[in-house]
Design a protein around this ligand. Structure first.
Ligand SMILES: Nc1ncnc2c1ncn2[C@@H]1O[C@H](COP(=O)(O)OP(=O)(O)OP(=O)(O)O)[C@@H](O)[C@H]1O
Length: 236
């Protein structure tokens, strides 16, 4: 039976996920049901090991689903082919801890790479746009540096610029401010909030950083693989 496409950007129902097999099998997500609306900023919290990162990587189509249903940007991920998952990943902006910046490319080239899918933009235009995005995260003076010449916080800001470059339909962020000082952390948070509110892009972030609790529209708490508190919509 063909499922109806959900108009909700992230629509998870009854997700279960386990690592390992046989005797070693460990369920790390249990019956997770969660909907994230357009433009909504949802913060995922919970103790270490509660399943937050696993949930984020499932939503980001970075790993194959096991049980339940997950519709992300209108695509059903249950039983989705690798091709479908690759296409979906291109529509998502990832801000993950291990940055994934390419060491042999400058900050500007790393960001410009994310614009390559936009065939309409010529190389020069892509580099110009990349420089603008880097300026927006406070790195105007560092566009031509390699990742190894930047601090951890600066690299994190490059990955934020890169995530925003591709005009994503959804942003997934794992501890996006962990490596940042107060001012750069606030800068990144402001950029994300702006993206969510001006373009209706939903943002799902995992964080332990109490400084960014207040940008969230909703705080979802996980414990032992379950959502124990789905949070309340903040009054507008
Ligand atoms: N690749 C893996 N293979 C086996 N077990 C894993 C794997 N990745 C995570 N786990 C286990 O699954 C559980 C959930 O991990 P996950 O990283 O999703 O939690 P988390 O809430 O993000 O934790 P943290 O806040 O420490 O990042 C943990 O018990 C972890 O040890």
């Amino acid at each position: 039976m063909e499922m109806l496409r959900s108009p909700i950007p992230v629509d998870l129902r009854g997700l279960n996920y386990a690592y390992g097999e046989g005797e070693l099998k460990r369920l790390v997500l249990r019956d997770v049901t969660l909907a994230v609306q357009p433009g909504e900023i949802v913060l995922l919290t919970g103790p270490s090991g509660s399943g937050k990162t696993t949930l984020l990587t499932l939503i980001g189509a970075l790993r194959a689903m096991q049980e339940g249903s997950a519709q992300v940007l209108g695509e059903e991920l249950r039983g989705a082919s690798e091709g479908t998952r690759v296409k979906l990943r291109r529509r998502i902006g990832f801000i993950f801890q291990n940055h994934n910046l390419l060491g042999f490319l400058t900050a500007r080239q790393n960001v410009a790479m994310a614009l390559e899918q936009d065939g309409a933009l010529a190389e020069g235009a892509r580099l110009k746009r990349a420089a603008e995005l880097l300026a927006a995260v406070g790195l105007a003076d560092h566009v031509d540096k390699l990742p190894s010449q930047l601090s951890g916080g600066q690299r994190q800001r490059v990955s934020v610029a890169r995530a925003l470059a591709a005009d994503p339909g959804l942003v997934l962020a794992d501890e996006p401010t962990a490596a940042l000082d107060k001012a750069s952390g606030q800068e990144v948070v402001k950029l994300l909030r702006n993206l969510a509110k001006s373009r209706g892009v939903p943002i799902l972030l995992v964080t332990h950083d109490p400084r960014i609790l207040d940008i969230a529209d909703r705080i979802v708490s996980m414990e032992d693989g379950r959502i124990v508190d789905a949070g309340k919509e903040k009054a507008a």
